[in-house]
Design a protein around this ligand. Structure first.
Ligand SMILES: Cc1cc2nc3c(=O)[nH]c(=O)nc-3n(C[C@H](O)[C@H](O)[C@H](O)COP(=O)(O)OP(=O)(O)OC[C@H]3O[C@@H](n4cnc5c(N)ncnc54)[C@H](O)[C@@H]3O)c2cc1C
Length: 431
């Protein structure tokens, strides 16, 4: 999962995923060569960076984006493609935000979906966006929580609580005890979405540079982002490198911990088998604390994700680790060929509330979606873009949320997270 480089030319490559094999936009962007001036310099070309760039460009700002590898090279081009709404840790946020919390949750909950769907339409981004998702109860006791979520929904038009028999009909498995369907959530091809948003940003004048790692941000008479092949002078800088960057350790160290997350993708299963295992083409996420998730691709493969590793070491065989989990749900896929397997880094923050804030008057950071970043990164990028344009009310709400810093650094942080994960696994097992 480190930088993949092609042998001779030494150019970066996307991870060898189903997504890289089916990317529909061949655009490549040049390496920065020399110095330039801009209003906003964005570091990182995943959803956080590209979406911030696009939002700012739509408002007329001059934006430059530097990406160490390729657009969508990080988690944004490798994830499960599950577009799921929601902000985690509502109770914690309610304590911090007080009476504003309810309105903020309501305004933000599906804002990421709206931004994504709006762009898919406006810029004709072909990214296989499909609506419909189900949280499937992995233990009988988990239905209580799903029932409570259903009861709490003010508008039940888009949600449906289903029993074990219905889940069996929808998903062709006995593994689950019922579920909650949310028809506004869904799934998509994340790499093609990210590339499409980058193309849209470039069409509005954003200067994008690939293979251009930011090495440092210098604060001296404005801001200067230095790279091996040039410098970008800017009024504002946005750090959007999530789990892959090491910038600003003094101010950001100990706040975010990278964890490995993994996916396998089967051979095409054919219309009949695909229909039998996911009749309504839903994004499926189980109700465990340590989740498995899966969905079909348009060519009817099963794309199955799970596992979380804090050791910074990939499993020896990703399919060896994930396949038994897939077969527990679908024993009938025991002979299905695995065509792709890959992993990527998610950025975990201990509080599970994304880190969206200023670390200096004009240096912004957005990161730490704890594995649920497709929708949330789009929300966060709008919040940061608003603040850069002078409307910082929502940013200030996130700045108020205390984040836990583990000063001893990443190794200790990852051990603490690993312990936490073992505890969650035990809780899942106990039901
Ligand atoms: C295997 C996996 C499955 C997932 N599944 C889901 C899912 O189903 N649903 C969901 O909502 N979320 C999922 N996630 C999480 C989601 O993908 C992330 O939260 C989201 O993509 C984060 O986007 P980002 O732009 O912040 O970071 P990234 O996409 O990781 O992008 C960061 C970029 O910054 C670049 N960069 C880093 N440092 C520098 C530097 N110094 N200079 C220049 N560039 C730099 C990197 O090269 C990288 O391209 C998953 C993640 C993984 C890894």
């Amino acid at each position: 999962m480190r930088n993949q480089r092609s042998g001779a030319a030494g150019a970066p490559l996307h991870a060898g995923s189903y997504y890289a094999a089916t990317r529909n936009d061949p655009a490549r962007y040049p390496r920065l060569d020399g110095d330039l001036d801009t209003e906003v310099c964005i570091i990182g070309g995943g959803f956080s960076g590209v979406s911030t760039a696009l939002t700012l460009a739509e408002r007329g700002a001059a934006v430059t984006l530097v990406e160490a590898n390729l657009i969508g090279w990080g988690a944004s081009g490798r994830n499960g493609g599950q577009m799921i709404a929601g902000i985690e840790r509502k109770e914690r946020l309610t304590r911090v935000w007080g009476e504003r919390a309810r309105d903020v949750f309501r305004a933000l909950r599906f804002r990421g979906h709206e931004i994504i769907a709006g762009r898919v339409e406006r810029y004709a981004i072909d990214c296989d966006l499909v609506r419909g998702a189900i949280t499937a109860a992995a233990r009988p006791g988990h239905m209580k929580k799903l029932e409570a979520e259903y009861r709490a929904e003010e508008d039940k038009t888009h949600v449906e609580l289903v029993d074990r028999e219905t889940v069996r009909r929808l998903l062709g498995t006995d593994a689950y005890h019922g579920g909650l369907i949310e028809r506004r959530d869904g799934h998509l091809h994340p790499l093609n979405l990210c590339l499409g948003e980058a193309r849209a940003a470039a069409s509005l004048g954003v200067r994008i540079f690939e293979d251009t790692p930011a090495m440092a941000i210098k604060e001296d008479n404005g801001l200067t982002v230095t790279t091996p092949t040039g410098r970008v002078r800017a009024r504002s800088v946005v750090i959007a490198g999530n789990a892959y960057h090491r910038l600003e350790r003094r101010r950001l160290g100990g706040l975010l911990f990278p964890a490995g997350s993994y996916i396998i993708c089967t051979e095409p299963l054919g219309a009949e088998r695909a229909e039998a295992i996911n009749r309504d083409n839903l994004a499926v996420i189980d109700s465990n604390l340590v989740i498995d998730y899966f969905r079909l691709t348009p060519d009817r493969r099963l794309l199955f994700g799970g596992l979380c590793h804090y050791s910074n070491r990939d499993p020896r065989s990703i399919s060896g680790a994930l396949r038994p989990r897939m077969e527990r749900i679908y024993p009938g896929l025991a002979r299905a060929r695995i065509d792709y397997e890959w992993g990527g880094h998610i950025g975990i923050v201990i509080t599970r509330v994304p880190l969206i804030r200023r670390i200096a008057p004009e240096i912004y950071v957005l990161q730490g979606y704890s594995g649920h970043g497709i929708a949330m990164s789009h929300i966060a990028s709008e919040i940061v873009a608003d603040a850069i344009c002078g409307h910082s009310e929502r940013l200030e709400l996130f700045e108020k949320v205390p984040q836990w810093r583990i000063p001893a650094g990443q190794w200790l942080g990852n051990q603490i997270l690993a312990l936490g994960m073992a505890w969650y696994r035990l809780k899942d097992w106990l039901g």
